[in-house]
Design a protein around this ligand. Structure first.
Ligand code: V47
Ligand code: SF4
Length: 393
């Protein structure tokens, strides 16, 4: 038996571990699936070192020390949005659209061309839901991107945007996804999931696609052979059981389709939105979220920490709590988190910095493409800088 399994067993045999927690821990050691009750129990009663140790065990069983990142850039076509999610610091209501931005296809192609000499593998397209930006508009955009750079993977549009487009075009999710895929859409990002349970969804984002609609669109994508990610927006008014209910719905769909790549917990940030009175979660709570997610989401291959939202040092910390992916180099092209109050006001990180960040916590940095094929293994390449610059939490 590997050392780490032995260490985990001896940790679990400690007298101070509650018997009901020990039972859950033993399930993890025996590779048994956790129930919803087990998940809630871990959140409520397990210590952080215990869930962290178990999550790290699972992470190392799956990936060893490998920590993935990719080279990507974002296009945010607009922040004008017909919806009014209470946690959103980013959107400008359609009624006040002059306060927002709206990019033309030519402006977005200009962004794409600005990466012509750079080895990026993915463009992540995500934004508000603008009533004038139709499905046809985005299909034209994707065709132009593919005509210009066929190898660039297009990860784009959440079910919030897609559901709105499909309804306007009078298409079913299945028909709509097929057309978007044919126009060049390669995979779906994880956004728009928030908290599925209607008790919370009706309070924080009542007017956008519901849980069933979100899941149906991802299922339609998976059935076309596309992959996708899933998120949870945690740390606001939800209870632990809402988080587990959310993860259970995703785990069930993953059992059915196997199309999800990565689960991404997103920490609620409270700056400049209608939920500014809700305090943000502590770092301890954040690490627990990642650890329990790793343990509960046993059929998701990857767990990602999105560093522009967490900050660099906390993202490093998550690598000991189940996380094996810290997203991409990003290049200062997203505004979602800086507008919501993240420490990362200008989220750009070079490959050198990302590699150093991962090596600093003794993990193995590997550049991947969107589908987790290895592009470059940086473990034996000395970093130009091993240190993270001061003041860049
Ligand atoms: O769905 C909005 C979140 C998401 C706030 O798939 C907020 O690789 C915290 O999903 N505090 C969009 N979060 C971003 C997203 C994403 C990001 C990176 C990678 C991937 C991927 C997906 O941002 C929204 C919402 O859950 N969000 N406002 C806020 N105040
Ligand atoms: Fe619109 Fe998305 Fe913001 Fe909701 S989270 S208001 S759907 S941009």
């Amino acid at each position: 038996m590997q050392d780490r399994e032995l260490i985990a067993r001896s940790f679990l045999s400690r007298q101070d571990i509650l018997p009901e927690i020990r039972i859950v821990g033993e399930k993890v050691l025996n590779k048994e699936r956790l129930t919803e009750e087990d998940g809630v129990l871990l959140f409520e009663k397990a210590s952080l070192p215990l869930v962290g140790m178990l999550a790290n065990l699972v992470r190392e069983r799956l990936h060893g020390d490998t920590t993935y990142f990719n080279r990507n850039f974002h296009i945010e076509p607009t922040n004008v949005c017909v919806f009014s999610c209470k946690f959103c610091s980013y959107s400008r209501l359609y009624a006040k659209k002059e306060e927002g931005w709206e990019l033309s296809i030519e402006q977005m192609m200009h962004i794409v061309r600005s990466y012509d000499d750079k080895p990026v593998t993915e463009v992540h397209i995500v934004g508000g839901v603008h009533p004038k930006m139709t499905m046809q508009f985005f299909m034209d955009l994707m065709r132009q991107i593919k005509a210009h750079r066929p190898d660039l993977h297009i990860k784009g549009y959440t079910p919030v945007e897609l559901d709105y487009m499909f309804r306007k075009a009078k298409l079913s999710p299945e028909e709509g996804m097929r057309l978007m895929h044919e126009a060049g859409l390669d995979s779906l990002p994880g956004g728009g999931a928030e908290i599925f349970h209607p008790e919370i969804r009706s309070q924080i984002c009542a007017d956008k696609v519901d849980a069933e609609g979100w899941l149906r669109i991802h299922e339609a994508a998976h059935n076309l052979g596309m992959h996708s990610n899933a998120t949870i927006l945690y740390g606001h008014i939800e209870k632990y059981w809402h988080r587990i209910d959310h993860m259970k719905r995703l785990r069930d769909l993953q059992d059915k389709t196997g199309g999800f790549n990565t689960f991404i917990p997103l920490k609620f940030r409270n700056h400049d939105n209608e939920m500014s009175n809700v305090p943000e979660s502590s770092v301890i709570e954040d690490m627990k979220m990642y650890a329990v997610a790793r343990l509960f989401m046993d059929n998701f291959p990857h767990l990602k920490a999105y560093w522009p939202m967490l900050g660099r040092q906390n993202a490093q910390l998550t690598l000991s709590f189940g996380v094996n992916d810290i997203d991409g180099t990003i290049d200062d092209t997203t505004k979602i988190y800086s507008m919501a109050g993240s420490e990362e006001q200008n989220p750009a990180m070079s490959t050198t910095e990302l590699v150093a960040l991962i090596k600093q916590v003794n993990r193995r940095p590997v550049e991947r493409n969107t589908l987790y094929n290895i592009i470059n293994d940086y473990s034996n390449i000395p970093s130009e800088t091993e240190a993270i610059p001061e003041g860049t939490n």
